[in-house]
Design a protein around this ligand. Structure first.
Ligand code: SF4
Length: 509
């Protein structure tokens, strides 16, 4: 891809790049990367839309039975809303197909950067392909299979009749009538290895006889293998991507994937009293912040990562600078830090995080993705996301001590096992607030706090969203603002590093 910037370039690139012949099908395996010019504006807008889509795929995958009517309806509506191909039959959806193709490759770049990111991306892309493959008509499915070189040979009626008994006994759920009505394909064992292992197909002379309804397993396995390899290859080319100063901040921003409100400007500033914090930490703090608060009270100290994560969260919920100084000082001088040391070191870094020292940057509280994906805690640290960073057994004990019912703990641990950390946190919210449906998509600890307070004060239901894309909706839609947010976030990253350096200079851990 060639990346140019500016609206004029965008228009030019789109006009010059109309290549309908590249997309004979609405569905693709994304085998060839795009080669056309694309503006940075379009680059980011495509990527953010695909990220929204994949987040919805993730949410739906754990909230509904995949393939159920509700699952399909909700996913189709999101595909329509974001202007991705949603109906295989749609004739004139060149723009949607192009967006689908380019956005997949952009996220591939952003999500090849670590094992966790690759696994998440692969899972969501697989689910998306599964849904879209099922939506194809029989003839389009056949065409697609040929297009991706999976053109399996359908066996003749004569052969099917000849093998009818074997097909019935070897294919679970198939009686004589169903064998007659369904098409069977003769597939090489390499392609049908999963079905063969699960004893779901009839095998003869080195071929599996696969009913049409099982072909999707083969297609998905094939896609998984291709995409896994492609992600590993893309990861190897990371050094050259990282040297592009225009792309790297965008890609990092995408893989941390938070583009909602930054919670640095709070309407609540000054409305929280220090005496309230112990109480609200139990009722309205997400688990990560509840854990940090408890560790601070117990140890009268938090190490650097904890102070950063918790301090910015407290700032986001409304603590003024004066309150923050008082809060941290009171606690620290109960431990090993004397007042003088606090004033000379820690106080500076707190003022710094409120934008009152150094470059006077107003630092933003960390989003869930930032907490989950960066700076994992070591021994003696309490920061991070407990759903991701805690040992499952410890997490279970913690949840038990917080009186979460056993069935709820099982559900949370299942979500954690599937690496759906934010969804596990949503479940924790539902259980601790006694609501059936959280009604929003959780992306930020301060969002958790705000929604909890909204629910607890006034007893209103949590704000319902029209869809599961959550925080993205609250974002200014203009593409310029996306770019400036990305730039802002990337400059915050630089500033974060500066702050960390400063704090290391002024204080000990
Ligand atoms: Fe905190 Fe987000 Fe993890 Fe919840 S999902 S515990 S809010 S980091």
């Amino acid at each position: 891809m060639d990346f140019s910037s500016g609206r004029a370039r965008l228009k030019q690139a789109r006009l010059a790049g109309d290549r309908r012949e590249l997309y004979p099908h609405s569905l693709q395996f994304y085998l060839e990367p795009p080669t056309e010019s694309i503006s940075l504006v379009e680059f980011e807008s495509f990527a953010i839309d695909r990220l929204r889509l994949l987040k919805v795929v993730e949410n739906l995958g754990v909230s509904y039975v995949r393939g159920s009517d509700l699952y399909k309806t909700k996913l189709e509506s999101e595909l329509r809303r974001l202007k991705f191909p949603y109906k295989a039959l749609a004739e004139d959806d060149y723009e949607a197909r192009r967006k689908d193709h380019i956005s997949h490759f952009i996220l591939r770049l952003a999500y090849c950067q670590s094992e966790d990111l690759r696994r998440w991306f692969l899972q969501q892309e697989m689910d998306l392909l599964r849904y879209r493959f099922h939506e194809l008509t029989d003839s389009l499915r056949q065409k697609f299979l040929e297009h991706v070189n999976l053109s399996f040979e359908a066996i003749s009626e004569d052969l099917k009749n000849e093998l009818a008994n074997e097909l019935c006994t070897s294919t679970p759920g198939f009686g004589v009538a169903k064998v007659k009505e369904q098409m069977f394909y003769k597939v090489g064992l390499v392609d049908a290895v999963d079905l063969f292992r699960a004893r779901r197909v009839f095998i003869k002379d080195g071929f599996a006889y696969v009913p049409f309804k099982e072909i999707d397993t083969i297609v998905l396995n094939n896609y998984r293998t291709k995409l896994s390899k492609a992600l590993a290859l893309t990861a190897r080319s990371l050094p050259s991507i990282q040297s592009d100063e225009r792309l790297q901040p965008l890609l990092n921003h995408l893989s941390h994937s938070y583009v909602g409100p930054d919670y640095s400007v709070q309407k609540n500033t000054g409305k929280i009293y220090l005496e309230q914090i112990d109480g609200i930490s139990v009722k309205s703090f997400p688990l990560c912040m509840r854990q940090l608060h408890k560790a601070l009270r117990d140890n009268h100290h938090l190490r650097h990562g904890g102070r950063m994560q918790y301090g910015l969260f407290l700032k986001g919920i409304g603590l003024t600078l004066e309150q923050a100084l008082e809060f941290w000082k009171k606690e620290f001088i109960r431990g090993k830090v004397d007042a003088d040391k606090f004033d000379k070191g820690y106080a500076y870094s707190i003022r710094h995080s409120y934008g009152k020292e150094g470059r006077r940057t107003d630092y933003t509280p960390y989003s869930c993705m930032k907490i989950i994906m960066s700076n994992p805690p070591s021994q003696g640290d309490y920061h991070g996301c407990p759903f991701h960073h805690s040992d499952p057994e410890l997490l279970k004990q913690k949840l038990q001590s917080y009186k979460i019912p056993p069935s709820g703990i099982t559900q949370i641990l299942e979500l954690v096992k599937g690496m759906h950390f934010q969804l596990a946190c949503q479940k924790y919210f539902e259980l601790t607030h006694d609501v059936d449906d959280i009604g929003f998509s959780l992306n930020h600890p301060n969002q958790y706090f705000t929604e909890s307070q909204r629910l607890l004060s006034g007893g209103r239901e949590p704000k319902k969203e029209l869809n599961n894309s959550g925080n993205f909706q609250q974002k200014n839609n203009s593409q310029e603002s996306m770019i400036s947010n990305a730039t802002l976030n990337s400059s915050n990253t630089t500033a974060d590093a500066e702050l960390e350096g400063l704090e290391a200079y002024f204080t000990e851990d």
